[in-house]
Design a protein around this ligand. Structure first.
Ligand SMILES: Cc1cc2nc3c(=O)[nH]c(=O)nc-3n(C[C@H](O)[C@H](O)[C@H](O)COP(=O)(O)OP(=O)(O)OC[C@H]3O[C@@H](n4cnc5c(N)ncnc54)[C@H](O)[C@@H]3O)c2cc1C
Length: 442
């Protein structure tokens, strides 16, 4: 079958980019000095810049590429800040105080990112849609019930489980055995969100430098020197906001936050009644499968955007597209024959503990390791990093008490261990989960 529509975008180009504002005129070399220099102009770097500029600092943000073309304009636009790990796992990894703190801070993170959108009047199709996390097997649904009970014991989270029968209201497939519903979660258009953050930073007098990789940041007395091929900049404070796209001599970060790819396809526009049949709940949808898929309607509710780990290694987006299309058809056989207009990929910045951290390395403040959940959390932790760099107590956060650990023999760059993991997930974990799902379906 021909996978792509005749008018499909060039493979690799995100659906979101069809809709953004033209990039403003930005310099490609940095000024000589600033109060704060920020490396990386995605959600994290721009929101750190906004916080610092609001405190009166002269801020320069430098990006290696076109600002936003890291993960921030490639993601699924699913907006929620509940921690990605169950409470007990967080306690084991980071200790009880950190775990409790992160859970308690989740609502503040959500409110901050939402408040930024409202305050800056960012027209980014923000909508409270709710999110459902769909259980692939009966055992995974039982685990979800336990998870909700455990979380409710430590934090006041708006989340409920819904059984298989009720699921028909949400999604037109019999593939799943139940779900957790997060009614307060939301959706946005990531490119428009990034455009709005950029605009808010520029309005505050922040200088954003494009296509200017920072080679290194070194300490010089009380200041920091950031070196680029087109000049150096001296600043009183420095912040790293490079997550899964870190380039340059930043070995400490590259060893700890590795690029794990994720892939998304967009279908051609679909008939309204078909979409109503497939996704009557119009929620953001994610799965419990280890190699989970995540999917949603486009903001204009004309098509399906379907993402997942078609591979956990880097493969060509067009190759990923056929795998994602197959997974999508397995959930919704009615989409057999439906053509695609877009396929693209992006690097999630994964940490070995699966959680982000705000910290300091040789005086350089950083916020990274979002591990695939950063649309709401990255702007929040960017803001925290900004305040922390300024020495302001508003920079305090429980995310300072998570960890960014390294692993032996990984020195950054291509994560070789994902080659092995890819086979393990594809041939062992998938097979196990699918066998259980078939058994459960009787
Ligand atoms: C396909 C995909 C789907 C996702 N879906 C979701 C979702 O639905 N919901 C959700 O919550 N999260 C999602 N995420 C995660 C989310 O997009 C990220 O967590 C978030 O965008 C991270 O923002 P950031 O600013 O930290 O990093 P980025 O946006 O990646 O920005 C980092 C920037 O640093 C720059 N940089 C790197 N090194 C240097 C250097 N040496 N000098 C100068 N600049 C440098 C890069 O050029 C880049 O622009 C998804 C991610 C991907 C890839």
């Amino acid at each position: 079958m021909k996978l792509f529509a005749d008018d499909a975008a060039e493979p690799g180009r995100p659906y979101w980019w069809d809709d953004g504002a033209p990039l403003p005129d930005l310099p490609s070399s940095p000024p000589a000095t600033a109060d704060v220099v920020i490396v990386g102009a995605g959600f994290t770097g721009l929101s750190a810049a906004i916080a610092c500029a609001d405190e009166g600092a002269r801020v320069v943000v430098i990006d290696a590429g076109v600002p936003g073309e890291g993960a921030s304009t490639r993601n699924g636009g699913m907006f929620g800040a509940h921690p990605r790990l169950p409470f007990e796992t967080m306690v084991k990894r980071f200790g009880e105080t950190a775990a409790r703190g992160v859970y308690e801070e989740a609502q503040a993170a959500f409110d901050h990112a939402r408040g930024l959108i409202e305050r800056e009047q960012i027209a980014c199709d923000f909508k409270v849609t709710g999110r459902i996390q769909l259980a692939w097997t009966r055992a995974q649904f039982e685990a979800q019930k336990q998870l909700v009970a455990n979380i409710k014991a430590v934090a006041d989270f708006d989340m409920v489980t819904i059984g298989r029968d009720e699921l028909a209201r949400e999604i037109g497939t019999k593939r799943y055995f139940g779900a957790i519903l997060f009614p307060g979660h939301a959706a946005l258009h990531p490119r428009k969100f990034h455009d709005g953050l950029m605009d808010a930073a520029l309005r505050r007098g922040v200088t954003v430098v494009r296509e200017c990789p920072v080679e290194a940041v070194t300490r010089e007395g009380n200041a920091f020197l950031a070196r680029t091929a087109s000049g150096e900049i001296r600043a009183g404070k420095a912040i790293m906001a490079t997550n899964g796209y870190t380039v340059g001599r930043f070995g400490w970060f590259r060893r700890r936050v590795f690029p794990l790819p994720s892939y998304i396809i967009a279908t051609q526009p679909l008939p309204r009644d078909l979409l109503q049949e497939l996704a009557p709940g119009k929620r953001m949808m994610v799965e419990t499968r280890a190699r989970h898929s995540y999917f949603r309607l486009s903001p204009d509710e004309t098509r399906i955007l379907f993402g997942g780990r078609a591979s956990i290694r880097q493969i060509a987006p067009a190759a990923a597209a056929s795998r994602l299309h197959e997974t999508m058809r397995d959930i919704w056989p009615a989409l057999d024959g439906v053509k695609l207009t877009h396929c693209w990929s992006g690097n999630t910045g994964y940490s070995f503990g699966h959680m982000p951290q705000v910290g300091e390395r040789d005086g350089v403040v950083y916020a990274m390791g979002f591990s695939g959940s950063g649309v709401a959390v990255a702007p929040y932790l960017g803001m925290k990093a900004g305040y922390r760099a300024l020495g302001d107590p508003c920079g305090e956060t429980a995310y300072a008490h998570t960890t960014l650990g390294a692993r032996p023999y990984y020195f950054g760059g291509r994560p070789f261990f994902l080659d092995i993991a890819d086979h393990w997930y594809r041939w062992v974990v998938d097979a196990r989960e699918n066998a259980a799902a078939r058994r459960d379906a009787g």
